[in-house]
Design a protein around this ligand. Sequence first.
Ligand SMILES: [Zn+2]
Length: 69
Amino acid sequence: MKCEVCKRETPNRYCELHENAYGNIMQKFEVWKDAAGMSWEQYLNEIVENQFTGIWAKEVAQHLLKNKE
Ligand SMILES: [Zn+2]
């Protein structure tokens, strides 16, 4: 398989770096959605626009925004 974000060869849906970033995003959303009542989409936009977000998380957030079900 190839990482859905960067197309690196990986046995999973995401490579190790993007998998880590994805895990962090999911984990933090649990907190944010309770604390700030944010929707998934608002939250992803927040990540993309936040200058303090790491590049890996930003790439994953952009990818998730583009591929909303
Ligand atoms: Zn990747």
